[in-house]
Design a binder for this molecule. Structure first.
Ligand SMILES: NC(=O)c1ccc[n+]([C@@H]2O[C@H](COP(=O)([O-])OP(=O)(O)OC[C@H]3O[C@@H](n4cnc5c(N)ncnc54)[C@H](O)[C@@H]3O)[C@@H](O)[C@H]2O)c1
Length: 299
């Protein structure tokens, strides 16, 4: 039996890039896939159903089952309809891959209100809205006594964990998604839902043109092997893994180890008294991880 036989999975932003690779990998391993994509530009403008339709056709060509959904994932009611569509079309919903995203990079000084609102809306609300409606569907099933293993894979970014300059909107949204994943995993475990997040690095429309890539770097940045991890995390084989954030980059998967408590000192009622101790604990603390320091391995 295939890894995902009989499971129905929604992939958002599945018309292009990483989402397309996820949808094809899931279908190849037996899942019924709802291919969601608004078909907007990389900056979140416009709409076009062609990319999503092409992915549905590709899945059907390899003998898989898929249906198109062209909702804006940050639209509350449309997100609910997408969950309903999966259940009406394929009989159940077993997995959700929140992948849709846009980018509007600017230095903070030049970032407009619109740049902030659009990016945080697509990523944060566009992850929360499908998750909220799917979680309600799963809770109702669980309360009805059904036993199942539902999975959610959210998409965060190195930009959030390692503080990429020029992306205050995107990094803040992606950090929110990582934390949302961990909190939701703690809340929804009792209903049979596991949640994990990935921080991918791949050559797609979102990253093309940032710099020249060698042939080897192109290979390392292919979305396909990142889709392997998404398919695994969307399968029952990955149980009981939940509440973890995985990096997928440079042909490798790693687990992020989250925030840790660092050096500590006693509190005081007097702000003039704590300088020496504060400087000491900062001196002894490990520096923040930075994208330009310990994580950049030229991939
Ligand atoms: N490419 C990378 O290196 C990289 C790194 C870190 C994180 N990510 C994340 O991976 C995800 C996929 O990015 P990608 O690189 O494949 O980019 P992409 O631009 O190729 O694909 C994103 C897709 O999302 C769709 N989309 C955008 N807004 C939508 C909305 N409101 N509703 C539904 N669909 C919408 C777009 O139409 C597009 O097809 C994003 O969340 C991105 O932030 C990518």
């Amino acid at each position: 039996m295939s890894l995902l036989e009989g499971r129905t999975v929604i992939v958002t932003g599945a018309g292009r890039g990483l989402g397309r690779a996820h949808a094809l990998m899931l279908a190849k391993h037996g899942a019924n896939v709802i291919v969601n994509d608004l078909g907007s530009s990389a900056a979140g403008e416009g709409a076009d159903q062609t990319p999503a339709q092409e992915v549905v056709s590709e899945i059907e060509r390899i003998g898989g089952k898929a249906a198109i959904n062209t909702a804006d994932v940050s639209d509350w009611n449309a997100a609910k309809e997408m969950i309903d569509q999966a259940v009406d079309t394929f009989g159940s919903l077993d997995g959700l891959v929140n992948n849709a995203g846009i980018i509007r990079d600017r230095m903070l000084i030049n970032m407009s209100e619109e740049d902030w609102d659009n990016v945080t809306k697509v990523h944060l609300k566009g992850t929360f809205a499908p998750l909220h409606h799917a979680a309600n569907y799963w809770r109702a099933k669980s309360k009805a006594g059904e036993k199942f293993d539902a999975t959610v894979v959210n998409t965060t970014s190195h930009s959030a964990m390692f503080a990429n300059i020029g992306q205050t909107n995107y990094a803040a949204a992606k950090a929110g998604i990582a934390t949302m994943t961990i909190v939701a995993a703690r809340e929804l475990g009792r209903y049979g839902v596991r949640l994990n997040a990935i921080a991918p690095r791949a050559q797609t429309r979102m990253t093309e043109g940032l710099r020249e890539l060698t042939e080897e770097q192109e290979r390392l940045r292919a979305p396909d092997w990142i889709a392997t991890l998404v398919a695994y995390l969307s399968s029952t084989q990955s149980a009981p893994i939940s509440g973890r954030v995985f990096e997928a980059w440079g042909w490798g998967y790693s687990v992020l180890e989250s925030w840790q408590h660092g050096p500590r000192t006693d509190a005081s009622m007097d702000p003039t008294e704590i300088d020496a101790e504060m400087k000491k604990i900062v001196r002894f603390a490990r520096p923040n991880a930075g994208i330009d320091r310990d994580t950049w391995h030229d991939v």
